[in-house]
Design a protein around this ligand. Sequence first.
Ligand code: BGC
Length: 445
Amino acid sequence: MTTLHFPPGFQWGTATASYQIEGAISEGGRGVSIWDTFTHQPGRVMGGTNGDTACDHYHRYPEDVALMADLGMQTYRFSVAWSRIFPFGRGAVSLEGLAFYERLIDELLAKGIQPALTLYHWDLPQALQDIGGWANRETVDAFAEYAAFLYEKLGDRVSRWITLNEPLIFTMYGHRLGVMAPGQKDLRITARAVHHAMLAHGRAVRAFRESGVAGEIGITNANSSFEPDDDSAETAAAVELARDFETRLFHGPVFGRGYPASVLKFYAERGAPFPIETGDMDIIAEPTDFLGVNLYSRQLIRPGGPTGFTSAPPRLPLLPMGYEAAPHSLGDFVRWVSKEYGNPVIYITENGVCDNAEPGPDGTIDDATRMELTRGFLAGLHGAIQDGADVRAYYMWSLMDNFEWAFGFTKRFGIVFTDFESGRRIPKASAGMYAATARANALEV
Ligand code: BGC
């Protein structure tokens, strides 16, 4: 047995997102979001389910915060449903919606848990989608107004802010592949959505500085650790293209390097230019305080396809999500991103394991795969920190099983089991392991 100590002050927490856990979609003056619309369209979600009730966290939040406290969590990342605050995206405000988050935040603070608030985790108000959503530049203004409102109302109690969760996923899966809300498949719309999302990020950072709120702000991107399928120079070039299209596209502009030329060319050649106006890139490059890293796996890459890169067949065992069980990928990616962007402060804003273990005859849940892979992810992360990466917090995805987007309730990511019938929460074996790690600020491997 070896003990891997994390740096003093390293923070441990869990992460969730509004639509995946809250339910209560018609309460507190909440407006309709694109995920309400999408999930109620036939054929969109596995099993035909939706987030109407989800974990019923809207009502059960005191119990959920108490659970976190029992597990010794020091911080909690959650997102605000934009349409609870501005039911129509902009204009009229629902103070009842705001009050829900005030109660949640107060409960967290009372238990000594630091809130980390994500402004946008994919649930765009439907009223904004009705005018074009992220393809319309007006959505950028609406987002900046929404962000400024929350800084003003919650800035006295929340000091860690995340602008967007995974623009890669909501732009590509939602607008190009059509498998997530709003379910579009259009390259022109995708290019516009990418640029407007990044501009919205920059505007929200500017508004944060202007608000005078004491605290820190950054973006959370989706990542894979890209690995070459063989040793050839062609494959190495394909890996760089994968990084351009999926990593540098969203990190580059934030760090003042603009969008990769390869990506701009690809879109422009297909009649889908990025709608960049004078001054936009400076706004997107407004300095941030940290980089939020989400990572679940690696991707083996080989040359091919219209973009010049494609996925090679997996070699490692697959998880229920269809991707490889690759615990080394977290440390590898953190090393790469730290080097690429000058060693930024990093929070692992999501990492976790899909393990569908159910309660056994004695009622306990032995999620052995989650525990084994979590140890691997954390050991890799520890190695990257030893090598100089400035990682200061880790948020496990997720606190509890929840609505896994287009997969509905078929994929369980929680360290706490959710019985979706009764709403009951049961900590899994991994919750005990994770709590022990957090308490000791050290991992036993
Ligand atoms: C998202 C989460 C999601 C998780 C697991 C991330 O891409 O931010 O909302 O549940 O991955 O698939």
